[in-house]
Design a protein around this ligand. Sequence first.
Ligand SMILES: C[S@@+](CC[C@H](N)C(=O)[O-])C[C@H]1O[C@@H](n2cnc3c(N)ncnc32)[C@H](O)[C@@H]1O
Length: 230
Amino acid sequence: MKSFHLGKDTARLAVLQRSEMISPTLKKIRKLFGRYLFTNFFSKNFIDTQNISKKYCEIMNNELYTFNNYLNNDLNILSIGSGIGGLEVLINANFKGSKFTFIEKNYISKKVKYGWDNKNFEAYNNIKLLEKFLIENGINNQDFDIFDFDYDVLPKRKFDLITSLYSLDYHYDFSFYSEYLKKICSDETIIIFDTIRAEHFKNVFQNVDIIKEDNNTVHKSKRIVCKKFK
Ligand SMILES: C[S@@+](CC[C@H](N)C(=O)[O-])C[C@H]1O[C@@H](n2cnc3c(N)ncnc32)[C@H](O)[C@@H]1O
């Protein structure tokens, strides 16, 4: 897959979720006019949807590559803070028979900042647009469920693979999910996420491997693969 089907609204979300896609001109505009106008006006009206579609697909193909050793057919996958779901669309296109569960927030902060958020108030998604993107890019309706973190009862089944790219323990503390994750992980469940404190997770899980390091993102972070809660 070389590009995604992306409408203007969804392209805007992708730009808010992946700040590396903000063009130099838009970055200047953000500096000049501030984050409120950037989030609510410029990100809606000054983006090139086609270009974003290609860029987002390229970024997600690179992310998929980091997951290769952990992917297979017929997986039960949970994605926490998936954004619009480009990674899951690519997994679906490359592997057969997987079921996807998404947990996301259903609003866009008035003034998107990309820091550490103690209270976990920051969000940049819209569940209807996430659903639209998944269907338009080939995931069948019956192969995914979406849960709103703030309002829904979260699913209790066990998952094979849990992913959270630049969300859990990157923008907000792992503790928001730790008790829940203990319930839905078997000893075989693999959890992959980006964290700003990889060493800490050696106290939490029996197995922790680092598969990627990022020094150019909002925070310096590491992508870790974890198995078996201690
Ligand atoms: C920086 S974006 C990353 C999106 C996507 N994973 C990617 O790599 O493109 C962080 C995402 O986490 C979501 N988020 C924030 N708090 C969350 C929570 N408690 N549970 C699930 N998602 C959350 C935001 O709405 C946003 O879509």
